[in-house]
Design a protein around this ligand. Sequence first.
Ligand SMILES: [Zn+2]
Length: 183
Amino acid sequence: MSPWDLRKLKLLQQRVTRKPKGSNNWHKAQRKVAKLHEYVANCRKDWHRKLSHQLCDGVGMIFVEDLNLVGLCRGMLGKHCLDAGFGQFFNILEVTCFKHGVFFQKIDPRKTSQICPNCQHETGKKTLAQRIHNCDNCGYTTDRDIAASQVVLIRGLAAVGHTVKMLSEGKNVGFPMTKESHG
Ligand SMILES: [Zn+2]
């Protein structure tokens, strides 16, 4: 929910509490709150659909981390992650993949941000502020999110029985595959 929507929601909710409960105006104010909720939900769904289509375009497989969303939401990522509607997004993405003939699979999410995609060495936990993956074993350096997604991709390919070449063998397994690189 954008800050603007949040402010509007607060305002509308205030109006509800200021009306005599059960009165006509109270009901009207309630309906406005419900409408805003609906509007925000629709925007989000629309965005999830568009993003899913973009992700499916020109690719053969999509792997996502099989995140324990409820656990995450209780933990450090808290409200942000529930609010972003990850669960709904994954569902929409899965359906979109199915419609486009794109293979979709959830992957074991354990330690994806603690393993070097280049040499599989465990580099230890990163704080959220640490944006760079820098392997002290092989020297591989990249953005932490890219490194984690490379680990997800390697796991995904292994799970579907692909022979996985490491990055050090000269194959960019982890980079977003464009139509060109598909041949
Ligand atoms: Zn490494």
